[in-house]
Design a protein around this ligand. Structure first.
Ligand code: NAD
Length: 491
């Protein structure tokens, strides 16, 4: 699967050259090599994709669900066969390690597998004889054309939180990858093409704001699935709502983790290091703040500092690497500025990962794992999404205080607790204000058959991605009340 240097759009079953005036370079964040050029497609090209999807919807919605999912079965096999190739592409454009990239594609496949159950998941329900001779039932029908807008950090997985469900339910789609990492979805589209999916059912438009705005303003687009930063999520949600569209918009995060004195420190540290520094801290479920309670402070601080220092940082395709670079030089500068801000606010850089020298990749966008100690719970560093490998340490005396601090937070994507107490675990999962809860888990990512349930400023909407929520989001219900009787006879 070779890709052309100038990426193309995929509209109505055809690869087409964009008429864009502006292009961006797709940069390997470790080597700083230019991998391709991505067009910033226009509203007119987006309109063409919407028209193609709208025409394809006429027949696609009539295609039985059992036939629609046959394309997904084929796609699953193709994804399995091309897993290494796709993972390599993710590492090339996104920077994460090859193992992390493979795990990402596994998650994508998991969503395809769940969406293969749509004939059952999409079933409605019925009641016979709600009144004498009258039956009532509810059926689910697809919405029509839907738009899917993706962020940079999981180019192989996030499209799959939505796309397999959308098409299996009978909708047609336009997908826009992040302009920073458009290569993976190009490859995925080539695989989708091999499944023989009818033209127009799935369309790929590369670009940025102009494409998003065209999707948001077009009356034929019935629903928007968005994942990205909170300010853009809010904007997309409000425009979609103003235009009468259904919307699910996942935003940013600032994920806190409590470590209680009764936690197993060795296991906690291993899991926490992966959560805070895995994918260079660019997971929306990365641990960002660790709140130690009581005597956990000393043991955890020493252990996590050691784990941060010993993490192998380098090019994600090199063997033994545990962490790659962050996505862009701007992102690196932003993260380093935030570390400085933390120090100015009174925190101590216990482990300072700024401006590391990574042999062979001196120009790469690397920041090593960083630990900030004595962080002010109300300060900028404790409340701002950093999206980099930086863990802030805060110490409190009780679990009550720790939960209260979490619940004062702006975001609610994930909150975790490390403990060996069932009672503490129950209290935490009951009281913590976050949609994804981890107990002795560092990245509480739901399996594909559960919804991805961010709260507060981490999510705008009602129905989340994945599983049953995705089926509900991508269908509308119709309730039918029927009276049938043989008018010639008295029963
Ligand atoms: P981003 O908001 O910059 O971009 C996301 C998408 O929106 C991209 O496709 C981009 O082209 C588009 N976009 C950007 N600015 C826009 C604008 N002004 N108008 C219209 N469209 C615009 O996000 P990112 O930097 O690509 O991704 C990182 C963010 O995504 C982080 O905040 C992270 O927490 C979040 N994220 C959240 C989840 C979740 O499940 N909640 C998952 C992954 C990432």
């Amino acid at each position: 699967m070779e890709l052309s240097t100038v990426l193309q759009n995929y509209i109505n079953g055809q690869w087409c050259t964009s008429h864009a005036i502006d292009f961006l370079q797709v940069i390997n964040p470790a080597t700083v090599e230019c991998l391709a050029k991505v067009p910033l497609s226009s509203a007119i090209e987006t309109e063409q994709a919407i028209q193609a999807a709208d025409q394809a919807f006429v027949n696609w919605r009539k295609t039985p669900a059992g036939d629609r999912i046959q394309f997904l079965f084929k796609l699953k096999i193709l994804l399995e066969e091309n897993l290494d190739n796709l993972a390599e592409t993710i590492t090339l454009e996104c920077g994460k390690t090859f193992a992390e990239s493979k795990a990402e594609i596994r998650r994508a496949i998991e969503n395809v597998e769940v969406a293969c159950g749509i004939p059952t998941l999409m079933q409605g329900y019925n009641s016979e004889d709600i009144a004498r001779g009258i039956d009532e039932f509810m059926i689910r029908q697809p919405l029509g054309v839907v738009g899917i807008i993706c962020p940079f950090n999981f180019p192989g997985m996030i499209p799959f939180w939505f796309m397999p469900y959308a098409i299996a339910c009978g909708n047609t789609c336009i997908i826009k990858p992040s302009e920073k990492v458009p290569l993976t979805l190009q490859k995925v589209m080539h695989l989708i093409e091999q499944t023989g999916l009818p033209p127009g059912v799935l369309n790929l438009v590369n670009g940025a704001k102009e494409v998003v705005d065209a999707l948001l303003e077009h009356p034929k687009v019935r629903a928007i699935s968005f994942v990205g930063s909170t300010p853009v999520a809010k904007y997309v949600y409000s425009r979609a709502a103003a235009n009468g569209k259904r919307a699910q918009c996942q935003g940013g995060a600032k994920n806190p983790v409590i470590v209680l004195p009764d936690a197993d420190i060795e296991t906690t540290t291993r899991i926490m290091a992966d959560s805070a520094f895995g994918c260079a801290g660019q997971r929306c479920l990365a641990a960002s703040v660790a709140i130690t309670v009581g005597s956990a402070q000393k043991t955890f601080t020493e252990a996590i500092a050691e784990a941060a220092q010993s993490r192998q940082v380098g090019y994600g395709l090199d063997k033994g690497m545990q962490m790659g670079p962050v996505i862009t030089s701007a992102s690196k500068a932003r993260i380093q500025d935030l570390i400085q801000k933390g120090v100015e606010e009174g925190a101590k850089a216990l482990v300072d990962g700024r401006n590391p020298k990574i042999a062979g990749y001196e120009a790469g966008f690397f920041v090593r794992p960083t630990i900030l100690q004595n962080v002010d719970p109300a300060g900028k560093i404790a409340t701002t999404e950093i999206f980099g490998p930086v863990l802030s340490l805060i110490h409190l005396e009780t679990i009550e205080d720790a939960i209260a601090l979490i619940n004062r937070g702006q975001y609610g994507n994930m909150a975790c607790l490390f403990t060996s107490s069932g009672a503490a675990a129950r209290k935490f999962r009951y009281e913590a204000e976050a949609g994804n809860i981890g107990i002795n888990i560092g990245v509480a990512a739901p399996m594909a058959f559960f919804p991805f349930s961010g709260w507060k400023d981490s999510f705008f909407g009602d129905l989340h991605g994945q599983g049953h929520h995705a089926v509900e989001f991508f269908t509308q219900t119709k309730v039918v009340v029927e009276r049938w009787q043989d008018w010639s006879r008295q029963f």
